[in-house]
Write a protein that binds this ligand. Sequence first.
Ligand code: CFM
Length: 544
Amino acid sequence: MAIQNKHAEWTPTEVKEEMLKKYPAKVARKRASSILINEALSNTTPEIQANVRTIPGIITMRGCTYAGCKGVIMGPTRDIVNLVHGPIGCSFYAWLTRRNQTDAGEAGENYMTYCFSTDMQDSDVIFGGEKKLKAAIQEAYDLFHPKGIAVFATCPVGLIGDDIHAVAKEMKEKFGDCNVFAFSCEGYKGVSQSAGHHIANNQVFKHLVGQNDEKKPGEYKINLLGEYNIGGDGFEIDRILKLCGISNIATFSGNSTYDQFASAHTADLSCVMCHRSINYVADMLETKYGIPWIKVNFIGAEATAKSLRKIGQYFGDKALIDRIEAVIAAEMPAVKAAIADVLPRTQGKTAMLFVGGSRAHHYMELFGELGMKTVSTGYEFGHRDDYEGREVIPNLKVDADSRNIEEIEVEADPDKYAPRKTAEELKALEDGGFEFKDYKGLIPDMDKGTLVIDDLNQYEAEKLVELIKPDLFCAGIKEKYSIQKLGIPMKQLHSYDYGGPYAGFKGAVNFYKEIDRLVNSKVWGYMKAPWQENPELSATYVWE
Ligand code: CFM
């Protein structure tokens, strides 16, 4: 039966039951804890199960630890050679597949267009791959003389026990003018790419941050953490920051360079976009150097304005605050005009968002601006704090998988620690409602009765769409075609379907137009897959 694009009459409890019905009892029990019907209580946030292993047999939307480290955190850095120690596929399939853009300028170094790999073979797995790794590092150095070479471990490297850190150290000492460091980010290391973020955060902090003390020009210096310049988002944010007179010392890691990481400790405030992937660096920058951090969101015009105002409030300088207001005033008319144009066609439509570890939350802002309702959402690999807020962190269960990831000890630097604000200044800001180190999570922003689902899988996604029939489904490439075959428009929120930017003011306008086009296109409603008319095969599960 083809799905009609109208709202179904299922209650959230029935939807949940339907989603779990086909599972064996044990699987259903486990999945039930990850499917939450939001009660949106005013005093407490309901608890969800997150960051646990995907049940074998389930087709998850998640990626691996290596993907989170090499692809997500280090991938967007253009002048570090990212060398993958492993079979060629791990490097090849991570080669320019994430749309993190970069602009190296006329003479800038850019190695992102290269695919570096040790191309491990059977014999390396049997006899060890360290020699080959050494040779590959040497070759990269001879060819490019980069400032840094980062080595990434893939699954077989961990299994055979190659000591990539020893090799990196040896080569670093040998070269003298090239920082070589390694990441033990084997794909199996954690339950998802989230573990890779943490591993990358640790190593970037240990090996890169704090290397360059040179004072950068600019008055209001910030770091932008957790912004990866997908589809040019970072370019738009940088444009706005520049207009406001705010200097971005380092972006972790969209359009970034070696030197940005090395200078991050000279900024006076860290602004965290994607909390999930980079909150560790934000905390470490504060502990070691005294740089406070705040949560920001540049997805959505209102959210952008709010974030800019928050930065202005932090620095507390009238000239900056006025300039920020002037920029908002200059940018908003185009945004308002675009909303007025699309709103009659988008108002009241519904969306589902299932993306990584932060966008499912951030994009709710943009849909809100379009008058659209997010009826179900969830992360692939968010932790409970991304859902429920940072206050749950002390209560998070440390299981075998989290214990696998190194927690590095960071202390105040004896020479470089300098609190950016006095205790009184901080208190005055906080008394005025300013929030440092805070992230409230996704659940409090969801309406009562909506479904929040962690690690949604292929089967549940189809079921959810069948039952609730949203006007739009947002996820990634793995989900795209199965959703479209159900007759529902699908927008990729990882890669933006070759579109973007969607951040900032100009990005918001791009997004409004794109969503208007998608939710008002009739074509998906006409779709009928061949098997919907003539089923060729029907089957039952063994336990039925
Ligand atoms: Fe952060 Fe990201 Fe995301 Fe993420 Fe990602 Fe991404 Fe993402 Mo894809 S760092 S958690 S690991 S915002 S690649 S730019 S879109 S899953 S929601």
